[in-house]
Design a protein around this ligand. Sequence first.
Ligand SMILES: Cc1cc2nc3c(=O)[nH]c(=O)nc-3n(C[C@H](O)[C@H](O)[C@H](O)COP(=O)(O)O)c2cc1C
Length: 225
Amino acid sequence: MSDEKKPIWIVGITGASGMPYALRLLDILEGVCEEVHVVFSEAAIRVLHEEQGVKIKPSRLAAEQLIERESRRMFFYDNKDIGAAIASGSFLTEGMVIVPCSMGTLGAVANGLCQNLIHRAADVVLKEGRRLVIVPRETPLSAIHLRNMLALSEMQTRIVPAMPGFYQRPKILEDIVDMMVMKILDQMGIHRELVPRWGRDRDEKKGRVLARSSELFSLYSPDQE
Ligand SMILES: Cc1cc2nc3c(=O)[nH]c(=O)nc-3n(C[C@H](O)[C@H](O)[C@H](O)COP(=O)(O)O)c2cc1C
């Protein structure tokens, strides 16, 4: 057994489109983290219902509603609870991921507006120099959105836009979700092979993905043009 200490992460889920990313990320983190501290914004609760058909109440939220199994490692907070443990820098965590991140929350975090627990927890992660990973989702993007992303990037925030690639020829929705979630996990320093990485042959046993990198490479080889 490894002596390596498992990390503690905060997950903020806000009202942008992309709930499948959030749920899959929670599913993975529950298996690899010591603790996962989860906050839904009010808008996220609405979007979760629209996108997944899942109705939740933060005060009565349990892991099985989100990841189909019980968990002692997942803790849930009300977004209004600005006195929660994760609102303080003395509560030690590896960092925070906001997935999906609405343009409203992006703007609030970029400008230090601590109007709810998600904003405050992100503010704490920034001030403590911990890792902040943001998965913004909107299209098209305005100059305001782009400026806010630049401001956060200049503060060492990892910006991972919910922009799935198609070069691995996803067959089903889960392939697209897993590709994005692997990108998010990489930025959290948690490396998992959810889909084959570029340059690696496919895992035949998994049977889902996609094409050999050599085949793909030949498709785009400038020699053939
Ligand atoms: C179904 C649905 C989808 C939405 N998708 C997005 C989106 O992709 N990006 C975004 O910035 N806002 C989106 N919104 C709007 C946000 O939910 C809204 O701006 C909200 O105030 C954000 O609050 P929050 O940041 O506290 O979650 C969506 C709203 C709904 C109801």
